[in-house]
Design a protein around this ligand. Structure first.
Ligand code: NAD
Length: 494
């Protein structure tokens, strides 16, 4: 059993006073132990980041960009190895792990354009003899706290832009699948990033609280569940830090009567059950408008009968296990609760038998779900798709807008006018039109509305450059000493 240690100042670090288990969800086996940081471990990592800051913020933009070009090459070359690590600790199938690495690479590519991204503005002669220019400077030490479900992509959402902007970083990945973060930090080092610019500490609430309370941390990027996001946002803001905290989701897919039923069913199955539903952009509610419900539910039920669930390392598997045994059991409890509350359980995945001690559960489809049922109100984060039937397009929009979350939403239709209205009216941060998982490409930013994001900055892309920099505006005059005079009035324009 390997011991997974912190990675600080370019070296593995930490003693196993307190550890947590890292399972292989496909076998149920406890395969590694991870060190859970003490307050002093966290302080060591923050001190390393602070020590590395002066030199890194002075490093030329071209030298910084070089690191990202080399990193892109290394990540591409070693993506198979990294995908295997993700699958062994998270459980998602290998092709899905490869997909998250590819999406994370977009953030590395975006960051390698930093010379362009960090351009300021210049206005000549704003007043006679006076020029103004603006510059973007790093915020300082940035803490990045990430969830279990994308152990490569979500850290890259944050650290690529944070480092490109001249900050130094303390990354606290999920303690459930921590190895990918250390692999990434080692790859950054190999790509030429100086030791101490990117540090990894493992841990739980103790580590996170130490980060939030430390005066040595200037900004916090968090991605995780809504209750924790809300806590992080209020505690870090109260400590005077800049903070963005992305939370959970309940993503709806609205299907209108004119939609292609087969295509909509394919999209719903892919988006609801991919990665066993453990995606913040997974579709968990299907909104069947008008008379579309019966055909759509039938088409999805047929597809679920053919879904191959198994070990993520097997090429035939389409869906792997859940992250832990406890999470699997909690997901199952929602299907039972839905049945008890009067919903129709069309496919009950909780009854499926598996010849393995892994954390497997079958795919469930629940019809005639009401908005008061826990299967609708809660983020389940598992392979359970609820179907809510509504009469009209307006009812569908009202349903989505009434939900506490606003991460992603999709509309399936052939009607361009309806799509345009939907885009205008819907209160959700990321909208897909005939696209079930509308995760924006790296040149745009990612983020939800309502309880899916606390703070005002979306993550990666252009908004990340604003989040990870402080702007400074310089007003300058190079006076001609011959015309210098005393002027006590407030400077006006002349
Ligand atoms: P989580 O909130 O349990 O954990 C996220 C991070 O917070 C981890 O690093 C964890 O160690 C830490 N943490 C957990 N409990 C804490 C506490 N009490 N105090 C301080 N820190 C704590 O989330 P998770 O289960 O790892 O990930 C799944 C959740 O993340 C889902 O809700 C999902 O929707 C959300 N998510 C959101 C997005 C998004 O972009 N909005 C993306 C991915 C995942």
């Amino acid at each position: 059993m390997a011991l997974i240690r912190h990675f600080v100042s370019g070296e593995e670090f930490g003693s196993p006073e307190r550890t947590g288990p890292v399972f292989n969800p496909a076998t149920g086996e406890r395969q590694h132990e991870v060190i859970l940081a003490s307050v002093s471990d966290v302080e060591t990592a923050i001190a390393a980041a602070r020590t590395a800051l002066p030199a890194w913020r002075k490093t030329s933009l071209t030298k910084r960009a070089d690191v990202f070009f080399r990193l892109r090459h290394l990540l591409t070359e070693r993506s198979g190895e990294l995908a295997a690590i993700v699958t062994s600790e998270h459980g998602k199938v290998l092709s899905d792990a490869g997909g998250e690495i590819a999406r994370g690479l977009e953030n590395v590519e975006f960051a390698s354009g930093l010379v362009n991204l960090l351009k300021g503005g210049f206005s000549q002669q704003v007043s006679t003899g006076i020029d103004v220019h603006s510059i973007k400077q790093p915020v300082g030490v940035v803490a990045c706290i990430t969830p279990f479900n994308f152990p490569v992509m979500v850290p890259l959402w944050m650290i690529a832009s944070a480092i490109a902007c001249g900050n130094t970083v303390v990354l606290k990945p999920s303690e459930k699948d921590p190895s990918a973060a250390v692999f990434l930090a080692k790859l950054f080092l190999e790509a030429g990033l100086p030791a101490g610019v990117l540090n990894v500490v493992h841990g739980d609430k103790v580590a996170v609280d130490a980060i939030l309370d430390s005066p040595g941390v200037d900004a916090v990027s968090f991605v995780g569940s809504t209750p924790i996001a809300e806590l992080i946002y209020s505690r870090a803001s109260a400590m005077g830090k800049r903070v963005q905290a992305l939370g959970g989701a309940k993503n709806h897919m609205v299907v209108l009567e004119d939609a292609d039923i087969e295509a909509a069913a394919d999209a719903a199955v892919s988006a609801a059950y991919g990665s066993a539903g453990e995606r913040c952009m997974a579709v968990s509610v299907l909104v069947a408008v008008g008379g579309v419900g019966d055909a759509l539910v039938g088409a999805i039920r047929d597809r679920l009968g053919r879904l191959v669930i198994g070990d993520g390392t097997h090429s035939s598997s389409e869906m792997g296990p859940l992250i832990t045994r406890e999470h699997r059991d909690k997901v199952a409890s929602y299907v039972a609760a839905a049945a008890a509350e009067g919903a129709t359980v069309v496919v009950d995945g909780t009854q499926k038998q598996f010849d393995s001690a892994g954390f497997y559960i079958g795919a469930s489809l629940v019809d005639n779900v009401g908005t008061g049922m826990s299967v609708y109100t809660d983020e389940i984060f598992g392979p359970v798709l609820s179907v809510v039937r509504v009469a009209t397009f307006a009812d569908a929009v009202a349903l989505v807008n009434g939900n506490q979350y606003g991460n992603g939403v999709a509309l399936f239709t052939r009607d361009g006018g309806a799509a345009r209205d939907f885009e205008f009216e819907i209160e959700v941060g990321m909208v897909g039109i005939n696209v079930p998982i509308p995760v924006p490409v790296g040149a745009y930013s990612f983020g939800g509305w309502k309880k899916s994001l606390f703070g005002n900055a979306h993550i990666y892309g252009p908004e990340s450059i604003d989040f990870y920099t402080r702007s400074k505006v310089v007003t300058s005059r190079w006076p001609d000493p011959a015309h210098s005079k005393i002027e006590l009035a407030f400077p006006g324009n002349s």
